[in-house]
Design a protein around this ligand. Structure first.
Ligand SMILES: Nc1nc2c(ncn2[C@@H]2O[C@H](COP(=O)(O)OP(=O)(O)OP(=O)(O)O)[C@@H](O)[C@H]2O)c(=O)[nH]1
Ligand SMILES: [Mg+2]
Length: 563
């Protein structure tokens, strides 16, 4: 069901989606949730609509850190998961071991006796079958029967209308559409209702149109009864978590709580020399309106004003959560500058505390010690190490700070073989300083267009994030220095006219292609005195202060103040 461009590009689910099927006269609403822990806010909220849960686990990899996260949320809501072990077509898969690992996970998460008694189905989505044993079939009937048997019908109560808005859809014809489960009574077309908001305010409104989910789409209906999911058109100014209630006797459902953000980044207008060249939305007003709009549906996101009208502090659940927002904005035509991600420090019982995460690394045996060494240097502590097929499976507990920038390092040190996943666990005392990036960067001395001639000459200094012929500006990060410390270089020199060959191609054949950095890689790469310029077509890293003299003066001053 992944339909959004970003989802397709990354191959992960970011937004939850609805579908519905009817099997043997029973209507089954299906909600697909994201699996990654950064999108926990989304998961927590849509689970409120669910009467049952199917926990999908890979028959080779087994439960991942994020599996633990979503399972925990489901168990806390008293749901009784059905376990489906998928991908048994994979060579070397180990469905029985995976089943045991899932059981252990349930146990560790304090599942009740009933929850521990979960039914398990095996199969392969790819090959189109699921069964209650490992015996292949050519259909998913066993699983459908299992859903009917194990998922209880929706619990409904007597009383006046109640429907909590748990997600939202947008249509250019119909405007904002409120989605949720009708918890009590019936909602009807043209019905007058009371919208009850989190701040206690009540708004008298009227339902315009109603839809239920059917197949991969929606069907217009005149009424929806308690227990079914529904999409309501015509409600204005609603927020996620609001209750649509009876006109005369409104009663609100409990407010939705979502886990607190753990990370923040400064979002500012683009103030590079290339400001306004690429994007449609570039002013602080644009930025502000867009961020505020995002908080209406992105529950785990917070936006705070700063001393400057051009900058906003944006709080989220992790690099991926914030990265997806930035990536979405750039596709919409925004230009912005983003600063180094910061973890959120809390004071607990008078002690300075920071977020910690569980980090899981699967890596070929020969790289295991390298991987452990890298994580230890970032204050990670190993808690589990076991052999899984021909891979070493290692688990650590590490401050979230230590994870920033780890991925790139881990991949270079393990020939790209390490598979990493992590999830937030808890706030614990501050672990002390963690070393930042080892190497300095190569910075452009002046604005201009890079030449093959210059880049060729500079090749022994490090590697580049730009190719010949790219426009750069003073103070822009154009490469990584081989050594610690930053180096200001001139990448724009034209070749002296001593021969007839064009400067654009000369030497180009021998220049290594630029290192392409994704947005998230840049977010993990930059240091505190650097930032990222994001525009629809470009991602550039730069110094906050572009002028070298000015930068050095300020660095000296800061050093002096620190002493
Ligand atoms: N071999 C094999 N691969 C499968 C099977 N089912 C899905 N895949 C592959 O597994 C990958 C992940 O599938 P998704 O459906 O995106 O997984 P997901 O659990 O929804 O992931 P998130 O939404 O990010 O949590 C894709 O490349 C699929 O093609 C299967 O039965 N066998
Ligand atoms: Mg998915």
């Amino acid at each position: 069901m992944d339909s959004n461009d970003l989802e397709k590009e990354r191959g992960i689910t970011i937004f939850s989606k609805n579908a519905a099927v009817t099997y043997n006269d029973v209507k089954i609403n299906v909600i697909d949730t994201p699996g990654h822990a950064d999108f926990g806010g989304e998961v927590e909220r849509v689970l409120k609509m669910a009467d049952g849960v199917i926990l999908l686990v890979d028959a080779f990899e087994g439960p991942m850190p994020q599996t633990r996260f979503v399972l925990q949320k489901a168990l806390q809501l008293n749901l009784h998961p059905i376990v489906v072990i998928n991908k048994v077509d994979k060579p070397n898969c180990r469905p029985d071991e995976v089943h045991d690992a899932v059981f252990e996970l349930f146990f560790n998460l304090d599942a009740t006796e009933e929850q521990l008694n979960f039914p398990t189905y095996y199969g392969s989505g790819k090959n189109g079958w699921f069964n209650d044993s490992l015996a292949p079939t050519d259909n998913i009937i066993a699983l459908m029967e299992g859903i009917i048997k194990h998922v209880p019908p929706p619990k409904t109560e007597e009383g006046t209308l109640q429907m909590q808005i748990t997600s939202l859809d947008y249509s250019s014809f119909l405007g904002r559409i409120a989605i949720g489960k009708v918890a009590r009574n019936t909602i009807r077309e043209n019905q007058p209702i009371t919208l009850m908001q989190a701040d206690g305010s009540l708004k008298k409104q009227r339902v315009k149109e109603l839809y239920v989910f059917e197949g991969m789409g929606k069907r217009k209906v005149t009424e929806v009864h308690a227990g079914d999911l529904c999409a309501v058109v015509g409600i204005e100014g609603f927020n996620i978590g609001d209750t649509i209630a009876d006109f005369e006797n409104p009663e609100a459902l409990p407010v939705i709580h979502v886990d607190e953000p753990t990370m923040s980044m400064l979002f500012s207008i683009n103030n590079s020399p290339f400001f306004g060249r690429d994007g449609k939305f570039v002013t602080s007003r644009h930025l502000r309106d867009r961020l505020m709009k995002e908080t209406e549906k992105n529950l785990a996101l917070r936006v705070k004003e700063t001393d400057s009208a051009d900058s906003f502090l944006v709080y989220g659940r992790g690099i991926l959560h914030l990265g997806v927002l930035i990536e979405t904005m750039r596709r919409e035509g925004y230009e912005l500058t983003i600063g180094q991600p910061q973890v959120l420090i809390k004071e607990i019982d008078g002690k300075k505390c920071e977020p910690y995460e569980v980090l899981v690394i699967d890596v070929p045996e020969e790289y295991a010690s390298k991987a452990i060494d890298l994580v230890s240097r970032r204050k990670g502590e190993m808690s589990v190490m076991e052999t899984k097929g021909d891979m070493q499976h290692i688990e650590f507990e590490i401050p979230s700070r230590g994870l920033i920038g780890l991925r790139t390092n881990m991949l270079t040190n393990t020939a790209g073989e390490a598979v990493m996943a992590h999830r937030f666990s808890e706030y614990k005392p501050w672990k002390g300083p963690i070393p930042g990036r080892n190497n300095g960067v190569l910075l452009a001395k002046e604005g201009g267009s890079t030449t093959a001639y210059s880049l060729d000459k500079l090749q022994d200094r490090g590697f580049f994030f730009v190719d010949p012929g790219e426009e750069v500006y003073k103070g822009m990060v154009i490469g990584e220095n081989n050594k610690p410390g930053d180096l200001v270089v001139n990448p724009n020199e034209g070749k002296k006219l001593t021969n007839m060959r064009a400067s654009g191609t000369d030497g180009a054949a021998s220049i290594a292609p630029k290192r392409l950095m994704t947005l998230e890689e840049c977010m993990e790469y930059i240091q505190h005195d650097e930032c990222i310029e994001v525009t629809p077509n470009f991602i550039r890293m730069r110094k906050l202060i572009l002028d070298e003299t000015e930068r050095n003066r300020l660095a000296k001053q800061m050093k002096a103040e620190a002493v």
